[in-house]
Ligand binder design. Structure first.
Ligand SMILES: Cc1ncc(COP(=O)(O)O)c(C=O)c1O
Length: 489
């Protein structure tokens, strides 16, 4: 029964009690504040925790239950989260995390995520300020990367998706937009693309998904600094043309995943201009070094690319996920993805106004408000502070390089170009693999491993803005301690 003040009282049949909103808003609010405090506390005291710890069987088993029919109190589920989820996360918030290439996130990004959750915005398009926020960030990206007006940008999950989008745009620009209807099978020409042997596997996958075949990605050898060999690139293009293939795309990498090498982007841009090929740069983490004045010159030539893929969730420190694709020719970008249909018709006024929509530039229709966390991050921290953190990561990598070079038991395995350092304890591969695992299990520092020159390397990717000399020293000292113990057996 409705009370005189219009409230539903205790009547369980009241309309408002059938929604999924809390019946007790005041109680929910108190619990929500407690959850926010817990997460802020987690980040503030992260150094007191292990980077990572093995997951106990009982904790894992609690995630093997049937779907719940009846709900429980939010506070109980939050307690479960604090007990079973939070302690067993990957650890990339922690300054000791150096595995793979992961950003550390920021409290600013975290609270921005909460705001976008509340708005529950869908950025497919339509006339709403959230889309303007994405356009604003795209404009900032265009300026930062020195691209001309008319360039387009889009938030995506990550660089894997951004690279796929670039391959599709380049493919359609090469074959003509009728390929979108007819498919590549209807085209007699065989397209070929080029990248170094150090290219990330997601570019190979992109060739496969785009219907071009991963074999059509020619892997060009690298020089002693793991950069693409430009002479070999030019020769491969020439040989493919002579054999009847149609070269269409060259992918340069600004920060290779294994060693952080940066291809000679200006040299590649020149070859692409001469050969009339699409020049794409995979700058997953490295591209944002544009924000670090001392590192930015290493990326010269990137401003000449036709497209650049990168992530705000790596060196940009935005919470996952926040990939981005920037395309010089916004028209070509749109033509590769736009598909008018009646139920998504645009209008002059009203909600359906505001073309073009973000969904005209990529495969996704429903899209979250990724732009908000990046907008907040850049508005609160500016471009200078993330840029300074990038410089600091590179300085720490050089410090680590120095420590390795001055320690005879250790060997540097690749030149240090940016923030990635590959090294080994002078012992067999299995010892180095075991050292990395033991360091991860120690909870102090967490590097990963890769293969360099046919040997196992311990790889430290210094991406987290919280990492300092203490963690680098712990990595070296821990490696030596584990190495000596293992070598003694
Ligand atoms: C050079 C490079 N390209 C692409 C990727 C894939 O990016 P994402 O994981 O955001 O899809 C990575 C990931 O580390 C990378 O280092």
């Amino acid at each position: 029964m409705t009370e005189p003040n219009g409230k539903a009282g205790n009547n369980p049949d009241a309309e408002e009690q059938k929604t999924l909103d809390p019946a007790d808003w005041a109680g929910f609010r108190a619990q929500a504040h407690c959850m926010l405090d817990d997460m802020l506390g987690y980040i503030e005291t992260i150094r007191q925790r292990p980077v990572w710890q093995p997951i106990p069987d009982e904790a894992r088993a609690r995630f093997r239950t049937a779907a719940p029919q009846k709900g429980e109190e939010l506070a109980e589920i939050h307690a479960e989260f604090m007990r079973d989820v939070l302690p067993y996360a990957l650890g990339n918030v922690h300054p000791g995390f150096m595995g793979w290439v992961h950003g550390g996130g920021t409290p600013v990004g975290m609270v921005a995520e909460m705001l976008s959750g509340g708005l529950n915005a869908n950025l497919a398009g339509r006339d709403q300020i959230p889309v303007e926020v994405e356009r604003q960030v795209s404009e900032w990206v265009r300026e930062i990367f020195g691209f001309p007006h008319g360039a387009s940008g889009l938030f995506v999950t990550g660089t894997s998706m951004a690279n796929l989008i670039a391959v599709v745009i380049a493919r359609d620009a090469a074959l003509g937009y009728q390929v979108r209807a007819g498919g590549v099978a209807a085209v007699p020409r065989r397209l070929t693309a080029y990248a170094s042997t150090a290219v990330h596997s997601c570019v190979t996958k992109a060739m496969d998904i785009a219907g071009l075949g991963s074999d059509a990605l020619r892997l060009i050898p690298v020089d002693s600094r793991y950069r693409i060999d430009l002479k070999a690139l030019a020769t491969a293009i020439e040989q493919d043309r002579a054999a009847g293939f149609t070269p269409f795309l060259v992918v340069g990498t600004a920060g290779t995943v294994d060693t952080g090498a940066i291809d000679d982007l200006a040299g590649m841009a020149e070859i692409c201009r001469r050969e009339k090929l699409w020049f794409h740069v995979d700058g997953a983490f490295g591209a944002l070094a544009r924000l670090a004045p001392d590192i930015a010159p290493k990326l010269d030539g990137m401003e000449r690319a036709d497209s650049v893929a990168f992530d705000f969730h790596k060196w940009g420190q935005a919470p996952y996920d926040a990939g981005f694709i920037l395309v010089r020719d916004g028209e070509a970008h749109q033509q590769a993805f736009v598909l008018p249909v009646a139920y998504l018709a645009r209008a002059e006024r009203g909600l359906a106004a505001g073309p073009p929509w973000p969904s005209d530039f990529g495969p996704d229709l429903s899209r979250g408000f990724r732009a908000l966390k990046v907008w907040f991050t850049l508005k609160v921290l500016g471009t200078e502070r993330p840029g300074a953190a990038i410089s600091r990561s590179c300085a720490l990598a050089r410090y680590l390089e120095g420590r390795i070079k001055s320690t005879p038991e250790l060997e540097l395995m690749a030149p240090v170009e940016l923030n990635i350092v590959c090294f080994r304890y002078r012992a067999e591969d299995s010892v180095n693999a075991e050292i990395a695992i033991r360091l991860q299990e120690s909870g102090v520092v967490a590097p990963s491993t890769t293969r360099i020159g046919g040997r196992t390397a311990i790889r430290a990717a210094i991406v987290n803005h919280r990492t300092g000399r203490a963690e680098i020293d712990a990595l070296v000292d821990g490696t030596l301690a584990q190495g000596r113990t293992l070598a003694a057996h």
